[in-house]
Design a protein around this ligand. Structure first.
Ligand SMILES: [Zn+2]
Length: 93
């Protein structure tokens, strides 16, 4: 099992996004990436962190917001979508 390189959620094969030719792209989930494009090309890193922090807190009601933000703010910026070091890797897919 991997995780989505855009939103960070754990993904299995059923959750994979798709490339332009319809093949599966294991780097991203289908919520983030379909037909070779991001489903929300304009979302910013900050917006993704806020969204995922909220989701995490909904799943774990006892988690403090500072703790949840600490996790997402550490994890999400290192994902390929947000990390310029990796961007050439998947643009060619
Ligand atoms: Zn995703």
């Amino acid at each position: 099992m991997g995780f989505c390189n855009s939103c960070g959620q754990p993904i299995v094969k059923e959750d994979y996004g798709t490339n332009k030719d319809g093949s599966l792209n294991p780097e991203f989930c289908k919520d983030c990436y379909q037909n070779g494009e991001y489903t929300e090309p304009d979302i910013t890193l900050e917006e993704m962190i806020v969204r995922k922090t909220k989701e995490m807190m909904e799943k774990n009601p006892r988690l403090a917001e500072t703790q949840a933000t600490g996790i997402t703010a550490m994890f999400i910026p290192g994902l390929k979508r947000w990390n310029p070091e990796f961007q050439d890797d998947y643009k060619t897919l």
